[in-house]
Write a protein that binds this ligand. Structure first.
Ligand SMILES: [Zn+2]
Length: 87
């Protein structure tokens, strides 16, 4: 289930609230204040549902670096020595 994210008001970096919700759950959340300890600035932040978003939404999403895996070609192209015209 995607995580509910907020933005740290100091560092402007996304913070995972630890709350997980899918889109229907998220839309049904009450807009009440919650507190979270921010890992970026070390402070506690009060956040509201109206300023939160789901982690898998295209907006505000950052491309995870582990998805950009380098492809190494293990099978090298064989040399073409065996293709020789018979002398
Ligand atoms: Zn913060």
């Amino acid at each position: 289930m995607p995580a509910v994210m907020i933005k740290c008001p100091r560092t402007l970096r996304p913070v995972c609230t630890g709350v997980e919700a899918d889109l229907s759950n998220f839309n049904g959340l009450l807009d009440v204040a919650s507190r979270i300890h921010c890992p970026h600035c070390g402070d506690d932040h009060t956040w509201w549902k109206r300023e939160a978003w789901l982690a898998d939404q295209p907006s505000n999403r950052q491309e995870p670096s582990f998805l950009k895996m380098r492809r190494t070609s293990r099978g090298r192209v064989p040399d073409l020595k065996h293709i020789q015209s018979p002398g």
